[in-house]
Design a protein around this ligand. Structure first.
Ligand SMILES: [Zn+2]
Length: 72
C-alpha cells in the first residue's frame, strides 16, 4: 500500500515565514521564524489551521496511482 506523500511546491519566502503548498492536496506548510523564537511549523488547509503536533498530516490529495496498483 502506497502512502501519498506531499509534493511541496517552490517555497514562497516571507519576512517571518516560508510557505510551501502541496501540489497534490493543497495543504500549505508554513515554517515560522520570528525574532527571538525557535522556528516552528504550521499546516494550513482552506484557511484553517490543521492540528498536527510534531508530525506532518497525511497527504489527502489525488496522488497518482502507483504502477500496478488497482483502485477499488
Ligand atoms: Zn499533500
Amino acid at each position: 500500500m502506497t502512502v501519498p506523500r506531499h509534493s511541496w511546491d517552490w517555497p514562497h519566502r516571507d519576512v517571518y515565514a516560508t510557505n510551501r503548498a502541496c501540489r497534490n492536496c493543497g495543504i500549505i506548510k508554513v515554517t515560522r521564524h520570528e525574532p527571538g523564537l525557535i522556528p516552528w511549523t504550521e499546516f494550513w488547509r482552506d484557511g484553517a489551521r490543521v492540528e498536527a503536533v510534531g508530525r506532518t498530516p497525511p497527504c489527502e490529495g489525488e496522488a497518482p496511482q502507483a504502477a500496478g496498483e488497482v483502485a477499488r
